[in-house]
Design a protein around this ligand. Structure first.
Ligand code: NAD
Length: 439
């Protein structure tokens, strides 16, 4: 089997590489020439644990190649579409990249039995639009005697554990409108047993519904945590108590500085927009979105309740939107740092892998200093903001005596509830977390 992966970003590169490691030949295509040139040299454009080994082994074994040429990219019978669907100005999903690929497939494909698989997160009805665009181009070319499937196959990987998520998926959702399409998809995923086949629109919506539910859980816990800080109770204990209820489950109940990343914020907004445009408002999600925006500044609010920020040196540990990724899209750190700079603080930041990416998302400023080591960020700091829960920031990996030697004041604001308050107090620091302050 030979497949093409159009869009060699997070989803395309991970999915295509995992498929290629199962002895399938995968041709990766991207319009980003540097990305493709780097990959040809074995340079991996994203940080994702385990991905480099798989890509390098696929290259060595001849199971993948990379191109920017459309004619080469569109010669296979099976084409995965994994391009971006960023947020448009009105909050809707911008389908420009998706439809541009559909156009190119229509212009270049000669396949008699063509299956186009839409991995990108797209609103219901998009696969239909992709099909129409391809057929339109085929019509201009007077192509006849072909069979075309357009399948929805949304991706559920989590950045930071994407390889594991591909190998051991909770489910593989496949939206088809005919038996032949289902047969092709079952062949591609023949090593997996959790294939859930449904109609195309349900499949497209399942992805949005899943992300929206997870985002809702996070915002719900954030608001409960904020309530705890006012009326008493500890969100970490409440989380345990809730999570042990099988009907609720323990995942995605962490209070913090709000969700970020390339998916939840834009997918929640896209679903809200879809509801608005179809006279079927999703008021719960509107609140989730608003609540999340406010939550991103919770640490700054806690600080400014007691201190003037202007003369302060503030250390930030963690920039990426979560641990084990260098993805900065919609990361809480962006809002936090911008706000602190506006308030007149000097901010020293450190992230194990996202420092470079962060520079694209943050304004250049003499008061914003990127450090290469976590302790350098603490030099003369009046407080530490823990923003991303990287392993190296965990309690057992810290030298508190050394931290006290280099910090000006001993205050920790924990945006991930990574620490136990008592432990931090015992080390001679003050502590403020999110809803876990009552002990
Ligand atoms: P990304 O921005 O990392 O990658 C998209 C790639 O597509 C880029 O490299 C871009 O250059 C390329 N591209 C754009 N137009 C192209 C064209 N016409 N031809 C070829 N390549 C083109 O995006 P991503 O994070 O991989 O997300 C892709 C899709 O998957 C989105 O719809 C996203 O919502 C969804 N998704 C993302 C994740 C995630 O964790 N990142 C998880 C599940 C689903």
């Amino acid at each position: 089997m030979k497949i093409s992966m159009i869009g060699t970003g997070y989803v395309g590169l991970v999915t295509g590489s995992c498929i290629a490691s199962k002895d399938v030949k995968v041709r990766f295509m991207d319009i980003n020439q540097k990305k493709i040139a780097d990959l040809e040299k074995g340079i991996i454009p994203i940080y994702e644990p385990g991905l480099d080994e798989i890509v390098l082994s696929n290259i060595k074994n001849g199971y993948c190649d990379f191109t920017t040429k459309m004619r080469d990219a569109y010669e296979n019978d099976i084409i995965f579409l994994a391009v971006g669907t960023p947020q448009d100005v009105d909050g809707s999903a911008d389908l420009e990249q998706v439809l541009s690929v559909a156009h190119d497939i229509g212009v270049y494909s000669e396949a008699e039995n063509l299956t186009v698989i839409v991995k990108s997160t797209v609103p219901p009805g998009t696969c239909e639009l992709v099909k129409e665009e391809i057929l339109q181009q085929f019509k201009y070319r007077k192509r006849e005697g072909f069979h075309l499937n357009v399948v929805s196959n949304p991706e559920f990987l989590k950045e930071g554990s994407a390889i594991k998520d591909f190998k051991y998926p909770d489910r593989i959702v496949v939206g088809v409108d005919n038996d032949n399409a289902e047969k092709v998809m079952r062949e591609i995923y023949k090593d997996f047993d959790k294939i859930l086949v449904m109609d195309v629109k349900s499949s497209e919506l399942t992805k949005y519904a899943s992300n929206a539910m997870l985002a809702t859980r996070i915002s719900f816990m954030n608001e409960l945590a904020n309530l705890c800080d006012v009326v008493g109770g500890n969100i970490e204990l409440i989380k345990k108590g809730m999570g042990m209820d099988k009907r609720i489950g323990s995942h995605f109940l962490n209070a913090g500085t709000g969700y970020g990343g390339s998916c939840f914020p834009k997918d929640v907004k896209a679903l809200i927009n879809l509801g608005e445009n179809n006279d079927s408002r999703l008021t719960i999600l509107e609140s989730v979105d608003e609540s999340n925006d406010e939550q991103k500044l919770i640490l700054v609010e806690k600080l400014t309740q007691n201190y003037y920020v202007k003369p302060m040196n503030i250390a930030i540990w963690g920039l990426s939107f979560k641990a084990n990724t260098d993805d900065m899209r919609e990361a809480s750190s962006i809002k936090i740092i911008k706000d602190l700079l506006n308030l007149g603080a000097t901010v020293r930041v450190y992230d194990p892998v996202a420092n470079e990416n962060a520079k694209e998302f943050l304004p250049p400023s003499d008061n914003l200093i990127y450090e290469e080591h976590k302790y350098n960020a603490l030099i003369d700091a009046d407080c530490l903001f823990l923003v991303t829960e990287w392993d190296e920031f965990k309690y057992n990996n810290l030298d508190f005596d050394y931290m006290k030697c280099i910090m000006r004041k001993f205050k920790i604001y924990d945006g991930r509830n990574l620490y136990n308050k008592n432990n931090i107090l015992n080390q001679g620091f003050s502590y403020e977390g999110i809803g876990n302050n009552n002990i």
